[in-house]
Design a protein around this ligand. Structure first.
Ligand code: FNR
Length: 184
């Protein structure tokens, strides 16, 4: 049966480098996998009172329901101030509650960080990794996916021009597919 891999991108920017790289990476998943882009831009900010008082905003309910049909997750993040963007952290928080009903629990994950800078979003990558440990998401350890100096490998249409990078990302998708199948 076909498995669904959710693609969550931490940047809300229209011409996001992170989304461009992530989409070209995810497109290399092997047969038997479909990619589902998950929009986190409309999620209301997490406030526990709303869950406690049974008045969760529709945006939370829709997101939680959508994620229930996802078998695994690709997280692609830029780095904001050496961490993940607030929008991505908010999505993690919304999905993790109400207590005991986390939509993340046991879902396989892989992390990609992208930056125009040389440090490749290392801080964001590892802050995200720390959250996924707590959320009990089995996460690919190797290969680690850090794409730095990203503007050097994208053309004006945000297509990856570097064959080696494309191949590396494709290999990661093969590893991720095997990982998902093993855990299923
Ligand atoms: C950044 N940027 C950035 N880059 C980086 O490598 N480390 C960082 O800590 C930060 N901090 C940061 C904070 C904020 C608020 C913004 C808006 C940007 C630069 C960032 O990498 C750049 O804007 C990327 O283009 C963002 O990724 P997308 O939107 O192209 O995917």
């Amino acid at each position: 049966m076909t498995k669904t891999v959710g693609l969550i991108v931490g940047s809300l920017r229209k011409n996001s480098f992170t989304r461009a790289v992530a989409e070209q990476m995810a497109a290399q998943l092997p047969d038997g996998f479909t990619v589902k882009p998950i929009d986190i831009s409309k999620l209301d900010l997490y406030n526990q009172d709303l869950d406690d008082e049974n008045r969760a905003p529709q945006s939370w309910t829709d997101f939680r329901n959508e994620m229930k049909n996802v078998d695994a997750v690709i997280f692609a993040t830029p780095e904001y101030n050496r961490s993940v963007p607030g929008a991505l952290k908010n999505a993690l928080d919304v999905g993790s509650r109400p207590y005991g009903e986390s939509i993340w629990d046991q879902k396989p994950a892989i992390i990609l960080s992208v930056s125009p800078g040389a440090i490749s979003g290392f801080g964001a990558n590892h802050h995200l990794r720390q959250s996924l440990v707590f959320l009990n998401m089995p996460t690919i350890q190797q290969p680690e996916l850090y794409i730095g100096n990203v503007t050097n490998i994208l053309d004006d249409n945000l297509k990856i021009t570097n064959e080696g990078t494309l191949k590396f990302l494709g290999g990661a998708m093969q590893t991720f597919a095997e990982f998902i199948n093993k855990l299923a």
